[in-house]
Design a protein around this ligand. Structure first.
Ligand SMILES: *Cc1c(COP(=O)(O)O)cnc(C)c1O
Length: 350
């Protein structure tokens, strides 16, 4: 077979212990999609690419990190894995644990997890537990229980998650033959922004591909890294980044600073508007996934960023199918017609 998962493709660059046993669903290798019309609408003069991470096996980039975390856990003979999750980590952990024959336990904040994510975790056979609290509460619980019991923690504070997620930066450099000038992405618990920055740095050392400036985007109601303090009750439609106490917050700020980038906040309105705009490119992403582009548009409109002649990559982190309710609850019910050609003609022929 000539196609591998991300660990095999980039084994020379990922720092996993020798005892790891590769568990893969052939994640990664996601498309980098040019979006010239969208770039034009945003002011033009730059090249825009969307990396659609929603095309990973469970519908989000979490799979890149999960293949690594589960491979390591299996190597040291863990029998159970646990995570706190706003949804996508849960679905991913459940799938990779199932593939490895491990038990998965996932803790989710009550009532705040998108339907497709919860369904995924259940379908893959995880034990799903709701916490009457926030993601941050759930994370504190799983950290503590994994210290007390032989249960492997697979949240992004697990260093192997970051190792796996670096591979997205490698893929971008491989496709473009160099790093882009700017990379824009949503920021929640801040594992992914940390992984991209580490990935670009590692690739640059290896292949001299250069380094991007990084624009990290939080949702306005969940923007601890912009405010400079934790947010006790984070609120946003972008549930995947509804996090008030990012575990890798310091690293995210460092990535922004070292790369001469920035972390900013985008409103829920602008995130939902950008979700709609991406759909017009044929890309249906979940709300959080549109935050990177919403933030970029905001900076452009405010004249705070100059992209003339630059190349920009925006990361769309998860698939729209994960959160169908956000679309269906706002839509008008489809017209019902009798099964008659005239009725159809009357409606669709001008
Ligand atoms: C997890 C997730 C994020 C946030 O990533 P962090 O590593 O927590 O910053 C953004 N979008 C989607 C779709 C996610 O699943």
């Amino acid at each position: 077979m000539n196609y591998h998962g991300v660990l095999q493709r980039y084994c020379h660059l990922s720092d996993l212990p020798d005892y790891s046993q590769t568990i893969t669903l052939f994640e990664g290798n996601t498309p980098l999609i040019p979006a010239p019309r969208l770039a034009e609408e945003l002011g033009g003069g730059f090249e825009l690419f969307i990396k659609f991470e929603g095309l990973n096996p469970t519908g989000s980039f979490k799979d890149r990190g999960m293949t690594a975390a589960i491979s390591e856990a299996v190597g040291r003979e863990a029998k159970t894995v646990i995570c706190a999750s706003t949804g996508n980590t849960a679905a991913s952990a459940a799938a990779y644990a199932a593939r490895a024959g491990l038990k998965a336990v996932v803790l989710i904040p009550q009532g705040k997890v998108a339907a497709g994510k919860l369904a995924g975790a259940v379908a893959y056979g995880a034990q799903v537990l709701q916490i009457d609290g926030s993601f941050d509460d759930a994370l504190a619980m799983v950290v503590e229980i994994s210290e007390r019991h032989p249960i492997a923690l697979v949240n992004s504070i697990n260093p192997y998650r970051i190792e796996g997620q670096k591979t997205a930066a490698f893929e971008i450099c491989d496709t473009l033959k160099q790093a882009p000038d700017w990379l824009c992405l949503p920021v929640g618990n801040a594992g992914n922004i940390s992984a991209y920055w580490a990935g670009f740095k590692a690739y640059h050392e290896h292949k001299f591909t250069g380094l991007p400036r990084i624009l990290g985007v939080q949702a306005q109601g969940a923007a601890p890294l912009v405010l400079g303090h934790a947010v006790e009750q984070p609120e946003t439609v972008a549930t995947a980044i509804r996090i008030g106490r990012p575990a890798r917050g310091e690293q995210a700020l460092q990535a922004a600073e070292e790369s001469r980038g920035q972390i900013i906040a985008a409103s829920d309105e602008s995130i939902l508007a950008m979700q709609k705009r991406l759909a017009k490119e044929g890309l249906w992403v979940e709300p959080a996934s549109a935050a990177g582009l919403a933030g970029l548009a905001k900076e452009l409109q405010a004249g705070k960023i100059n992209l003339q002649g630059k190349r920009v990559v925006v990361i769309c982190t998860g698939h729209g199918l994960k959160d169908p309710d956000i679309i269906t609850k706002a839509m008008a019910k489809p017209n019902t017609l009798p099964p008659k050609l005239e009725a159809l003609e009357e409606i669709i022929i001008p």
